[in-house]
Design a protein around this ligand. Structure first.
Ligand code: SAM
Length: 329
C-alpha cells in the first residue's frame, strides 16, 4: 500500500502549514477579542523545523504545500521560507493564504521567492464594514495589495470571501461584478463552525447553492471543468469575465471523499481533519532528535487517523476547539 493512502483509499498529497498563530487582524469569526491565548514563541515551529517536516512529507507523497497562519506575512523573513520550500524537490505546487494587509510591500519579494499563486482573504468591499469585521482599518492596504500582486504577475489571484448572512450577503453582486472587471477568482466559502467562539449560528450560514442562485440574477454562470489543481472549489465564470467565481462548500457538499489534505499547526501538530481536534504531535519527537524514518511513521499515523468524513454540522460544544488562526483554514 502506498504510504500516503488512507483507510478510505484517499491519496494524501497536500500539506497546509500554519506558520504562525499571530495575526495583524482580529476577524470576529476567527479570533476572539478577549482572552486570546497565543503560543509562546518557543512553541511555534522554527523555519528549519517546518522545512524538515515538509521534506519528510515529500518522502511519503506530499507534492503540494500551502503556507498560511495566523497571518504568514507578518512572520519575519517569510519570503525566505517561501524560497526554501520552493527549492524542495518533489514539491510541485506552493501557494500562500494571506489577509493581504502587507501584500503591497510583500508581493514582489514573494514572487521573486518563487510563488505564482496567492489567496487573499477579503470578506467585504466596503471599508467601514471591513473595519467592523476585522477590527482594523486596513481595507485600502488590502485593496492596493491586490493591485500590486496583479502588477507583479501573480496568477491566479484568489479572493476568499466567507459568506455570512446579515454581514456581507448584500455584497454578493458586487463581488460578482469584481470577477467580471478584474482577473480575480472570487471564492465564496461557507461559514464553518470552528473554534467554538459562539459566533457561528445556523442563521448566519449561507449555502453555496443559495449564493449561486443569487449570483445568477447578475447573469448566467458558465461551469469551468474541474482540473486537478482546483481542490474542492466548483468553478464558474460570467460571460466575458476577466475572473472567475468559485464555491467552497464544506458543509453543504462535503468534499471528504476526495480530501487529500493534512494540516500542520503552528505549534507542530499534524491534524488529520480540519473539524476534529485529534492531532499527532510531531514537534516533540522532532525536538527530541527523532530520525527522518520516525517522522515518516508519524506522518503515516496522521494519515491513518483521517476520518472518513467530518461531522461539522453536529459538533457539540467542546469539540473542534482549536482556533482557526492556529490551523490556518
Ligand atoms: N491570515 C490569513 C488570511 O486571512 O487569509 C490566513 C489564515 S485565515 C485563518 C485562512 C482563511 O480561513 C481565511 O480566508 C478566513 O476567512 C478563513 N476562515 C476563518 N474562520 C473561518 C470560518 N469559521 N469559516 C470559514 N472560513 C473561515
Amino acid at each position: 500500500m502506498a504510504p500516503n493512502l488512507d483507510h478510505y483509499n484517499r491519496e494524501i498529497t497536500y500539506l497546509r502549514v500554519s506558520v504562525i498563530d499571530r495575526c495583524n487582524l482580529r476577524c470576529f469569526y476567527c479570533t476572539p477579542v478577549k482572552d486570546l491565548k497565543l503560543f509562546a514563541h518557543a512553541d511555534i515551529l522554527s523555519y528549519e523545523e517546518i522545512l524538515k517536516v515538509i521534506r519528510v512529507g515529500t518522502d511519503i507523497g506530499i507534492k503540494k504545500v500551502r503556507l498560511t497562519g495566523g497571518e504568514p506575512l507578518i512572520r519575519r523573513n517569510f519570503a525566505h521560507l517561501v524560497e526554501s520550500v520552493c527549492r524542495i524537490p518533489r514539491i510541485e505546487d506552493i501557494s500562500v493564504t494571506t489577509n493581504g494587509v502587507l501584500l503591497r510591500e510583500m508581493a514582489l519579494p514573494l514572487f521573486e521567492a518563487g510563488i505564482r499563486r496567492i489567496n487573499v482573504s477579503l470578506d467585504t468591499l466596503n471599508p467601514l464594514k471591513y473595519t467592523k469585521i476585522t477590527r482594523r482599518e486596513c481595507f485600502h492596504d488590502v485593496w492596493e495589495g491586490l493591485q500590486v500582486a496583479e502588477e507583479v504577475g501573480f496568477s491566479p489571484i484568489k479572493v476568499n470571501v466567507v459568506a455570512i448572512r446579515g454581514l456581507n450577503d448584500d455584497e454578493l453582486l458586487r463581488f460578482a461584478n469584481l470577477s467580471v472587471l478584474r482577473p480575480y477568482h472570487i471564492r465564496f466559502i461557507e461559514y464553518m463552525p470552528i473554534g467554538r467562539d459562539g459566533n457561528w449560528t445556523p442563521e448566519k450560514y449561507i449555502s453555496s447553492d443559495e449564493i449561486k442562485a443569487e449570483l445568477e440574477i447578475f447573469g448566467p454562470l458558465y461551469k469551468i471543468p474541474h482540473s486537478t489543481n482546483d481542490g474542492p472549489a466548483e468553478r464558474y465564470r460570467f460571460e466575458s469575465a476577466k475572473g472567475e467565481i468559485g464555491f467552497i462548500s464544506p458543509l453543504s457538499h462535503h468534499f471528504c471523499p476526495s480530501c487529500n489534505r493534512l494540516r500542520l499547526t503552528a505549534d507542530g501538530k499534524l491534524r488529520p481533519c480540519l473539524f476534529a481536534d485529534d492531532e499527532v504531535d510531531i514537534k516533540t519527537p522532532l525536538r527530541n532528535g527523532c530520525s527522518h524514518e520516525d517522522l515518516k511513521v508519524l506522518f503515516r499515523e496522521a494519515i491513518a487517523r483521517k476520518p472518513r468524513e467530518h461531522h461539522a454540522e453536529t459538533l457539540e460544544k467542546g469539540e473542534c476547539l482549536r482556533l482557526m488562526s492556529t490551523i490556518g483554514g
